[in-house]
Design a protein around this ligand. Structure first.
Ligand SMILES: [Zn+2]
Length: 79
């Protein structure tokens, strides 16, 4: 786990082995504890921010650099 501090001075833990492919760079799974037992959200590997959101379609979009993780169905259709 890779400990990082957010803009709000919270410490969160990024799991380098849990990457979701994004349009620019991967998103990494983020946990609230070093043990990885409390899921927090995602970390953008492109601009290194926690500022992103998942929509109802399962897309993750970074609010800073517009890196996007498409839903799994999209990946399957293009490979
Ligand atoms: Zn980003």
């Amino acid at each position: 786990m890779d400990a990082r501090t957010t803009g709000a001075d919270e410490t969160l833990y990024v799991a380098p082995g849990e990457a979701e492919r994004g349009s620019k760079d991967p998103f990494f799974a983020v946990y609230a504890t070093p043990e990885g037992d409390r899921r927090w959200g995602y970390f953008c590997g492109h601009c290194e921010s926690f500022d992103n959101a998942m929509d109802s379609m399962g897309r993750i979009k970074c609010n800073r650099c517009a890196n996007i993780r498409k839903p799994d169905e999209w990946d399957a259709a293009h490979e």
